[in-house]
Design a protein around this ligand. Structure first.
Ligand code: ADP
Ligand code: MG
Length: 324
């Protein structure tokens, strides 16, 4: 069974950033308002994630490391939960199978917390411990028991960039949550969690980007869109400044980015990647998500209509602002 976990782990856990993604999503699911992410050596040596969410009751701690024994599996028809659909109840089992893990967790209903140590998928120890409400998970030595996989990890620098990008995306998708990110003891990001998207954008990209945005909001036939797009001072950005969220999840969507770039092209004869922070709400039954958690690709039922509606709306928004 431990071997099965180790093999299956490859599906969910490819690199340190996939561990961070799964763990932070668990913090979000747990209703946290503050999430602290610490990494050492691009996450290869250490990842520590602390939240102030609901915690895990002592009696359920062991179960959380068992494949598919999750409490959330019944909520699989939570249609807003796009890309983890196919991977319910895999993350902790997979991550603990390929690393040394320590978890301290406490619910508000229990007087004392629980500390559990898991190595290569095996629970080594479990004991009561004084703790504040919430959960801290420490992951050490990723792939220590699968040297072949370890070899495929990239440089510390490359893995750090992956994690930083991911945390930016998670923070933008959750402006109501305070995200604190520390890399090799150095503070990298601290969002206020004041539920304002512009606050997150300022924390990540600074004043220049934040002060050159056009606010957009529209209810369309097939979807609602809101967010920000860059004005003429910052629209000549790179792909990394393009953010598209569908039903709160970060996705890659060529259709949406094409609609955006066509809208700009109609006004400015330059073809570049415009800055955008676009959040789209759409009937989940009208989209098809490639369920592999690392792909985040999405198909729309009414793709053509969506494209035209979005393009024309964004074009109007650009024309109506005197910033451009
Ligand atoms: P899933 O998230 O799909 O349910 P996971 O393997 O990611 O599966 O997590 C297993 C279970 O452990 C979750 O269902 C949840 O009950 C519990 N859990 C994991 N992380 C946290 C956390 N940060 N706070 C509270 N509960 C957690
Ligand atoms: Mg999970």
């Amino acid at each position: 069974d431990l071997t099965i976990n180790k093999i299956a782990a490859g599906e969910v856990v490819e690199r340190p950033s996939s561990v961070v993604k799964e763990l932070v999503e668990n913090c979000v699911d747990a209703g946290s308002t503050k999430i602290i992410i610490e990494i050492v050596d691009g996450g290869k040596k250490l990842i520590r994630i602390t939240d102030n969410g609901c915690g895990i009751p002592s009696s359920e701690v062991d179960k959380s490391f068992l494949r598919h024994a999750t409490s959330k599996i019944n909520k699989i028809d939570d249609l807003y939960d796009l890309y983890s659909l196919g991977f319910r109840g895999e993350a902790l089992a997979s991550i603990s199978a390929i690393s040394k893990l320590e978890m301290i967790t406490k619910t508000k209903d229990e007087p004392i917390g629980t500390k559990v140590v898991v190595e290569g998928g095996k629970v080594i120890s479990k004991e009561p411990i004084g703790a504040t409400n919430g959960t801290t998970i420490l992951i050490k030595d990723m792939f220590y028991n699968t040297p072949v996989r370890q070899k495929f990890l990239k440089s510390t620098h490359a893995e750090t960039i992956n994690i930083s990008d991911l945390i930016n995306k998670l923070a933008i998708g959750n402006p109501n949550i305070q995200f604190k990110y520390i890399n090799n003891n150095k503070p990298m990001l601290n969002t206020p969690g004041d539920n304002k998207l512009t606050s997150v954008i300022r924390s990540i990209y600074g004043k220049d980007v934040c002060e050159n945005l056009i606010k957009v909001e529209q209810k369309c036939k097939y979807f609602n869109v809101k967010g920000y797009i860059g004005n003429n001072n910052v629209y000549r950005a790179n792909k990394n400044l393009q953010h598209v969220y569908i039903n709160k999840r970060f996705v890659k969507s060529k259709v949406i980015l094409d609609a955006l770039s066509e809208a700009y092209k109609a006004i400015i004869p330059i073809n570049k990647h415009a800055v955008c922070f676009l959040s789209i709400e759409i009937d989940p039954s009208s989209i098809d998500v490639n369920i592999h958690p690392t792909k985040l690709e999405i198909k729309f039922e009414n793709e053509k209509e969506l494209y035209i509606e979005l393009r024309d709306f964004l074009k109007r928004a650009l024309l109506n602002t005197n910033l451009i």
